[in-house]
Design a protein around this ligand. Structure first.
Ligand code: PRP
Length: 185
């Protein structure tokens, strides 16, 4: 995993196919819809990885909702979060007094979510909840609350459905494990 991919030939082992993602997203949508019971919700999608999941999840929510986005950059190597997090794009509105649902693609070490929760809590939302598509418990360095989890996964470097390797593969319709390029140059 040391060299960035420079072409589209790739060997990926499918971990969660598109049908399973769609079915689980519908279930999460029903659970979250039932939880908020017609109350307005501000859905915050964390850039960039959660965009694909958030786009599908909100269409499974039968609720009055608004969407916001927060851009995050974390400093560290390519495959491990350092926990030193910076907001690169902030909310466009106040969340004071709102029911807020953070949507993430993956919680691994938990360091990004811990930072986000601490940061957003200072803005005094009425409630702050978390929905993550993936949870990798073996990677946990800090414990963070997770209200809805799509799939608990083993400790592999996953790509697709929003998750990248060196900026690529976010557009794969499934979650997979990157095995490298398919052939030698
Ligand atoms: C990924 C993911 C989470 C974070 C989780 O973001 O989207 O925000 O890592 O890792 P952690 O639990 O170990 O902190 P990434 O930094 O890869 O940025 P991206 O979403 O723009 O790809």
């Amino acid at each position: 995993m040391s060299e960035a991919p420079n072409r589209w030939d790739h060997d990926v082992e499918v971990m969660i196919d598109a049908e399973r993602i769609a079915a689980r997203t519908r279930e999460l949508g029903q659970e979250i819809t039932a939880f908020y019971k017609n109350s307005p919700v501000c859905v915050i999608s964390i850039l960039k990885g959660s965009v694909i999941f958030a786009a599908d999840l909100v269409r499974a929510l039968d609720l009055p909702l608004s969407m916001e986005f927060v851009g995050i950059s974390s400093y560290g190597n390519e495959t491990e979060s350092s926990g030193v997090v910076q907001i690169t794009a902030d909310l466009t509105r106040s969340i004071e007094g709102l029911d807020v649902l953070i949507v993430e693609d993956i919680i691994d070490t938990g360091l990004t979510m811990r930072y986000l929760l601490e940061n957003l809590a200072t803005r005094h939302p009425k409630s702050l909840r978390v929905c993550t598509l993936l949870h990798k418990p073996e990677g946990a360095r800090v414990k963070v609350p997770m209200d809805w989890v799509g799939f608990t996964i083993p400790n592999a470097f996953v790509i697709g459905y929003g998750l990248d390797y060196a900026g690529l593969y976010r557009n794969l319709p499934y979650i997979g494990v990157y095995r490298g390029p398919t052939s030698e140059d």
